[in-house]
Design a protein around this ligand. Structure first.
Ligand code: PGA
Length: 226
């Protein structure tokens, strides 16, 4: 049975208190529902400022969620004001989302910058979750060289935050093409995933999970997705 990735991308949302409330609410219902997550990897990506407290709460609750950062510096530690390095992230997280289209568009992240971020993450044993909005974006030497160590998330622009997801058939076709180019690699689908449509994506052969934005902000909706 394939292992399903379910990644919550909180984007620029939540305070420390709200994070604590989310984790406690998720945990309470998770234990009542006795959900088996042996075949799943459930990952939460909060803002940098929340990672430490989220890690602390997960430890206290003994909750089997893994943390991801939403970004990583393209540089090693040093004189890079405002950046957070892979080494700093590694203290709390195992994954880093890289190249989300909101970063490529709002912060002018080029494919060269994305490649540097992948490199920095891998040097510190953080698994990159590399977002692409079209198959052409995998023609990045960094992606093909390190493909066995990456997770790819296919997120078409039109589907992000629009309530208008791609069709499972098209997402499956794209995932198949990505695997044809890169070989056996985990490919996730992202864009307007909710508890009502998640199964239509995860049941198809080449999609190995989902990246969830808006619907992950509510712990009970995210639990429903899980
Ligand atoms: P959405 O966001 O689920 O709100 O569409 C997905 C994402 O941007 O990762």
């Amino acid at each position: 049975m394939k292992k399903i990735f379910i990644v919550a991308n909180w984007k620029c949302n939540k305070t420390i208190q709200e994070t604590e409330e989310w984790l406690h609410e998720f945990d309470k219902q998770f234990k009542i529902d006795t959900i088996d997550i042996d075949n799943k990897k459930v990952i939460v990506a909060p803002s940098f400022t929340l990672l430490e407290h989220a890690a602390y709460c997960l430890g206290n609750l003994n909750l089997a969620l893994t943390l991801a950062a939403q970004n990583v510096s393209p540089f090693d530690e040093g004189s890079y004001t405002g950046e957070v390095s892979a080494k700093q992230i590694k203290e709390f997280a195992k994954y880093a989302i890289i190249g989300h289209s909101e970063r490529r568009n709002n912060f002018c992240e080029s494919k060269e910058v994305v490649a540097k971020k992948i490199d920095q993450a891998l040097r510190c044993s953080l698994t990159p979750i590399v977002c692409i909005s079209e198959v052409a974006q995998i023609s990045n030497p960094q992606l093909s060289s390190f493909k066995s160590q990456l997770v790819i998330a296919y997120e078409p622009f039109f589907a992000i935050g629009s309530g208008n997801p791609d069709t499972p058939e098209n997402a499956e076709k794209i995932a198949r093409n990505i695997k044809k180019e890169l070989g056996e690699i985990h490919v996730l689908y992202g864009g307007s995933v909710t508890s009502s449509n998640v199964a239509s994506f995860t049941k198809v052969a080449n999609i190995d999970g989902v990246l969830v934005g808006k619907a992950s902000l509510d712990p009970l909706e995210f639990l429903e997705i899980v």
